[in-house]
Design a protein around this ligand. Structure first.
Ligand code: ADP
Ligand code: MG
Length: 296
């Protein structure tokens, strides 16, 4: 099973849209896919047409009540299952605060269903709290959606620092596989500038031991497309709502690309890392948080 988290602590960058439509595309292609909604806002759950207030079990029960994933997930399409979010998930972080091993609950729950799915995709919340940590402990691969606009890379060093710490302390297999440019508009200079900044940064990490040393910008960008913004309110994926639009083409191709990428698992090695400092923000000077560098 490929285990993938879609992570960026910024809201509104395209995480949920990416999980819903990449998961759907992979399922349409015949893969068994488990999508997980770890955002208490339950946007993925709603996007896939499930009522988040129906009282059904979901991620909350798995994290706090030792419920099994197989029993708590709902089949929502052919080949596609959802571990949904409900409003209780808001309280999960504080309920788990004194639980020993709280960062690895999801990872342990996944062991029982490791053979049941070909892909697992997690929609992470817009924070780097315990729900995101559980995601990072449970996956091998991370894709980071970025909306290439002003301040796009603000908070990036904090994000990378968290990934580095998790890879060092909890999950040595963790790798950033790619950056997905969402709501991309090639006519806007800023989009190309942000893309160039990220390219430069990823290039500088090549050959180092940091978790993003093999990361790429996914060559298919998600173009800005109003149909992608409309589909969730009908509880539909883009393939159901408007199969002949840019959004549909882009996500179908991204899913295809992800499917051909090497599984993060087999490149995993235990690495030693030194503290920090990616200067991704050298040309985007909005962030002065502590940073992370890697050694060659
Ligand atoms: N490529 C796109 N073109 C137009 N609107 C988009 C696109 N991707 C996402 N959206 C819309 O932008 C908003 C934020 O996207 P979302 O996936 O919910 O981000 P996140 O999960 O990171 O908060 C949503 O209203 C979504 O429908
Ligand atoms: Mg979201």
């Amino acid at each position: 099973m490929r285990r993938i988290a879609i992570l960026n602590q910024k809201g509104g960058v395209g995480k949920t849209t990416t999980v819903a439509n990449v998961a759907a595309a992979l399922a349409i292609a015949g893969n068994r896919v488990l999508a997980m909604d770890l955002d208490p806002q339950a946007h993925l759950t709603i996007h896939l047409g499930v009522d988040s207030e129906n009282g059904a079990d979901g991620a909350y029960e798995v994290l706090t009540k030792s419920a099994g994933i197989a029993e708590s997930a709902t089949q929502v399409r052919e080949n596609l299952w959802l571990l949904g979010a409900n409003i209780d998930l808001v309280g999960a972080e504080s309920e788990l605060v004194s639980v020993v091993g709280r960062e690895t609950i999801l990872r342990e729950a996944l062991e029982e269903v490791a053979d049941d799915y070909d892909y697992m995709l997690i929609d992470c919340p817009p924070s780097l709290g315990l729900l995101s940590l559980n995601s990072l402990a449970a996956v091998n691969e991370i894709f980071i959606p970025v909306q290439p606009h002003f301040l796009a890379l603000q908070g990036f060093s904090k994000l990378l620092q968290t990934i580095t710490l998790v890879s060092k302390r909890i999950n040595p297999q963790l790798k950033v596989s790619g950056i997905i440019l969402c709501m991309f508009d090639s006519r806007v200079t800023l989009s190309s500038e942000v893309k160039a900044d990220i390219e430069k940064f990823l290039e500088s990490a090549k050959g180092t031991d940091c978790p993003w040393s093999d990361a790429e910008i996914v060559p298919v960008h998600v173009r800005r497309n109003i149909k992608l913004a409309e589909a969730p309110s009908y509880g539909k994926t883009i393939f159901e709502y408007e199969p002949k639009c840019h959004g549909s083409t882009d996500y179908q191709q991204i899913a295809q690309h992800i499917a051909t990428m090497t599984n993060g698992q087999d490149t995993a090695e235990e690495t030693t890392q030194t503290e920090t400092n990616p200067d991704i923000e050298s040309s985007t000077p909005q962030d002065t948080e502590p940073e992370t560098t890697c050694s060659k």
